[in-house]
Write a protein that binds this ligand. Structure first.
Ligand code: ZN
Length: 506
């Protein structure tokens, strides 16, 4: 098969056990390994979107993440503070985006983070000296900020891993990645239980774009993702999902948390079964859940407790760390673009980067101006006395028409949702605006008697937020599992997730 730009392929060597119809391991170069590792850098919302876009059959999805994403999709724009708020959740921005630009096959079709300014910026004195990362933001002069800031010398991608470009790797069916050596080959075979190679055959395989999507999907549905992808086996859905229960922290020992570090909600609990039917909450809890979509998979995994197992993701994360030069521990900070900053970020490992200040070079001698990306320094030579560099700072796209010019990075920012609204969140994290109709519908659907439900007030602090993130990834009953410490019998895929009505194509 030819290796063209339109249809790139990557040659892989598959070692197959023909008797069991199973991949023993794949030998591949850096191109393939970089694609595999790039999955870890994708925000959760992007992974959900990509899998749903490419999947051929209904898959159980990624814990409760599909429901969080679907809630953003179906939530009316009127509940969000600005149009940009919905946009940044549907297409999460990532600071890792540039690193993935040199991949031979790129499944992530997200746009890089761009900067936009008001087209009247130079001519009008009324414009705030700000840029936005969304072209739906409005300038203080009233105009839409939709002029793209062009930067000089945009850097090229640095590559996901730091692995040697010429090295060859062995990737086992459970996604352990190591640099090939004779010793390793023998160890891997022996570890799997082979005493000879009689039943093993080697096959050259052209890895193509469609298989990138299949592989990404199999990461969340299979314990044998390579076999399922390359030998076209149907995903088993019997993937290992183990959620380690953390013993609840001693509340008495904990310091009294400040109001900006807690979220309070009313949980409607089934008395007999002891599980949460739904919670009624404010915008702060919805902001917390929606932020989950912006967190990259590797950070979600890093935040989750050590006993958690979800298919082969743990193996892939471990290999990524071992093969990377930069050592980032399991507790690594997760840095999101600045506009994800919310007033109550209960997960303190999730931080936001400081948005750069750009300098617009304004020449008054010519009726023409250019912007330079001098990010946070202004040593561009001033050519004429009447030319000047105007610092342009970022604006929070979550607050529209805000004309104050204080540095956004130092002031607390609001969340994605309009203030003062109530929302309803089901155990599997379907989020809807709260109203009596939806409550009655839910009680009817689940056939629940009114006297079988009681209200509990639940306070969410950092620990609960961590457990909630983890349970969202591994279980299909995130609220009961994380907030009531219920044994997640539901780590197995509920029937309802497998036999959903097929989506109507539009
Ligand atoms: Zn303006």
């Amino acid at each position: 098969m030819s290796d063209t730009l339109e249809n790139p392929v990557i040659n892989l060597e598959l070692l197959i056990d023909e008797e069991k119809n199973k991949i023993v391991f794949v030998e591949a170069g850096k191109d393939f390994v970089d694609i595999l590792f790039s999955f870890l850098t994708l925000p959760m919302g992007t992974i959900v979107r990509l899998i749903e876009m490419h999947q051929k059959s209904q898959s159980p999805g990624i814990g409760c993440f599909n429901n969080i994403y679907a809630s953003v999709v179906s939530m009316s724009i009127k509940h969000f503070r600005t149009e940009a708020c919905k946009q940044m959740l549907l297409y999460p921005g990532s600071l890792n985006h540039e690193k993935c630009q040199n991949l031979k096959m790129m499944i992530d079709d997200s746009e890089p983070i761009k900067c936009f300014m008001c087209p009247m910026f130079v001519r009008s004195g009324q414009c705030g000296k700000r840029y936005s990362n969304f072209n739906t933001s409005r300038c203080s002069c009233g105009n839409l900020m939709d002029e793209v800031l062009q930067f000089q010398g945009d850097g090229s991608g640095a590559g996901v891993g730091n692995s040697d470009g010429h090295a060859s790797f062995i990737i086992t069916d459970d996604l352990k990645v190591e640099v090939t050596s004779v010793g390793l080959t023998l160890t891997v075979l022996k570890d799997i239980g082979y005493t000879d190679c009689n039943k093993l055959v080697e096959r050259i395989h052209d890895f193509n774009f469609q298989e990138v999507a299949t592989l990404l999907e199999c990461l969340f549905t299979s314990d044998t993702p390579l076999t399922d992808t390359f030998l076209n086996k149907k995903s088993s859905y019997g993937m290992k999902r183990i959620h380690k229960m953390l013993s609840p922290a001693f509340r008495e020992d904990r310091e009294e948390s400040k109001a900006d570090k807690i979220v309070t909600l009313n949980a409607y609990v089934r008395k007999k079964e002891g599980n949460i039917l739904f919670v009624e909450c404010g915008d702060d809890f919805v902001d917390l859940l929606f932020t989950f979509l912006a967190i990259p998979l590797e950070s979600v995994w890093g935040i989750a407790s050590n006993g958690t197992i979800l298919g082969c993701i743990g193996n892939l994360c471990r290999s990524f760390k071992e093969l990377s030069v930069v050592d980032s521990g399991r507790e690594a900070k997760c840095v999101l673009p600045h506009y994800y900053k919310c007033q109550k970020q209960l997960l303190d490992v999730v931080t936001t980067h400081k948005p750069p200040t750009y300098y617009s070079y304004v020449s008054f001698s010519v009726d023409h101006f250019r912007e330079y990306s001098l990010s946070e320094n202004s040593d561009k030579p001033v050519v004429y006395e009447w030319d000047k560099l105007v610092p342009v700072i970022s604006m929070d796209p979550k607050c529209e028409g805000d004309s104050n010019t204080t540095d956004e990075s130092t002031t607390p920012s609001g969340g994605f949702m309009k203030r003062g609204k109530k929302f309803m969140v089901t155990d599997d994290l379907i989020i809807t605006p709260s109203n009596s109709t939806s409550t009655i519908e839910l009680l009817k659907e689940k056939q629940i008697r009114l006297d079988a439900v009681e209200v509990q007030v639940i306070i969410i602090r950092k620990e609960e937020a961590i457990r909630l993130l983890e349970a969202s990834l591994v279980t299909f009953s995130a609220l009961s599992t994380s907030l009531l410490a219920m044994e997640p019998a539901s780590t197995s895929v509920p029937q309802s997730r497998l036999f959903k009505k097929p989506k109507i194509e539009t």
